[in-house]
Design a binder for this molecule. Structure first.
Ligand code: GLA
Length: 403
């Protein structure tokens, strides 16, 4: 590898799956790349334009190579990658550790080294690597090690995004496999229940993520507003993502979250150091969505160079629903997220003693509110706030002499 900083902080970008699933093509991907520029996403730090599943023909070519779908990508994948690069962005694609992808296209099992070479030839900078149709007789650990070795020896720097949904003890072996990020959850849906479920499932797993190997809580649904063409993504029912037939009628526009819930979702993913991969239609974002996704202070929390995971402090009288995530930042301060997963207003009282700041030290915290973009003043001993249902408060806290 030439870029020794590849994967230093969580990747930021856009992925086609959440909104478009199998309905992808050259024009869509190019116009998504354009939107990075026109919607201010590139300036905010988003970099990767990633095509998910269903981009290839259902059969490999006579030479054994993957073949881009001739209708969706008539000029091949390299043309799309070149276009993405011309916008100063990076290009990502998708394959699978099994014999087939989840959508039934060819997977890279037993083709790892050839496929990695093909991706390098096309100018791929990022590979999402799924886990469907995995042969039973081989541990997933070996399959991710194979593709990792293939990518590290293909002649191009390619970020490796493992996606085995948190299964098979992935936390214990993924860093050593060489992957730069790893999915730790099942598929997200565009609903508050799903956001809540995924976030809660990762509290306690903070120690597994870090520089060069990030815990991926799945792509963002911010701004989707029920706009997926996949019925399952629009719903909130717990279960396994069943891929509807490619070409099936578009799902009705249902589901979606409130602005408050999308803000909470973005805050959680940011402070938990998840990759920030946008999943909405970035060509047509409303202004609330744009403001959420480009909030500089929240993004800075996610991109802090040290990538320290947050720890959780629960509100003693409402521990199920109300908690703080506290992340030590490289500037010596903290990022603090106060979250209320409950259905009524609730108070969160953060005691500074709990985060290593005693009253006797004579120090306090100067607080900045990242969503309201407001200095809140200096606090000693504790910070107390009332958080709205499904809402949050995101703070940058600086240690200062208070007396
Ligand atoms: C799995 C992954 C999703 C998406 C689909 C594509 O369900 O977890 O993120 O890539 O496959 O088929």
């Amino acid at each position: 590898m030439h870029n020794k900083f590849l994967g230093l902080t969580p990747p930021m970008g856009w992925n086609s799956w959440n909104t478009f699933t199998w309905e992808i093509n050259e024009e869509l991907i190019k116009s998504a790349a354009d939107a990075f520029e026109t919607q201010g996403l590139r300036e905010a730090g988003y970099e990767y334009v990633v095509i998910d599943d269903c981009w290839s023909e259902k059969q490999r070519g006579a030479d054994g190579k993957l073949v881009p779908d001739r209708y969706k990508f008539p000029n091949g994948i390299k043309a799309v990658a070149d276009y993405v690069h011309s916008k100063g962005l990076k290009f990502g694609i998708y394959s699978c550790a099994g014999t087939h992808t989840c959508g039934g296209h060819p997977g890279s099992f037993e083709h790892e080294f050839d496929d990695a070479e093909t991706f390098a030839e096309w100018g791929v900078d990022y590979l999402k690597y799924d886990y469907c149709y995995k042969p039973d007789h081989i541990p997933g650990e070996i399959l991710y090690k194979r593709m990792s070795t293939a990518l590290r020896n293909c002649g191009r720097d390619i970020m490796f995004s493992a996606c085995n949904w948190g299964g098979d003890g992935v936390y214990k072996w993924i860093r050593e496999s060489g992957a730069h990020l790893f999915r730790s959850t099942g598929d997200i849906q565009d609903s508050w229940e799903s956001i809540k479920r995924l976030a809660l499932s990762q509290i306690g797993n903070e120690c597994y993520g870090g520089n060069f190997c990030h815990n991926d809580v799945d792509m963002l649904v911010v701004g989707m507003r029920g706009g997926s063409n996949n019925q399952w993504i629009n719903s909130s029912e717990e279960g396994v993502n069943v891929i509807a037939d490619e070409g099936a009628a578009a799902a009705p526009k249902i589901g979606g979250c409130t602005d408050t819930e999308y803000r909470t979702h973005f805050s959680l993913w940011a402070i938990m150091n998840s990759p920030l991969m946008i999943g909405c239609d970035i060509r047509n974002m409303d202004s609330v969505t744009r403001d959420i996704l480009t909030n500089k202070e929240i993004i800075a929390v996610n991109q802090d160079i040290e990538c320290r995971g947050p720890y959780c402090i629960r509100q003693w009288n409402n521990p199920e629903n109300v908690f703080a995530l506290v992340k030590p930042m490289s500037d010596g301060g903290y990022a603090v997220g106060l979250f209320n997963f409950g259905d009524r207003n609730s108070e969160m009282s953060l005691q500074f003693w709990d985060i290593g700041l005693t009253y006797a030290s004579g120090r306090g915290l100067e607080m900045y509110d990242c969503w309201n973009k407001k200095d809140l003043g200096t606090f000693t001993e504790r910070f107390v706030a009332t958080i709205e249902p499904h809402g949050c408060m995101m703070l940058r806290a600086k240690v200062v002499k208070a007396r």
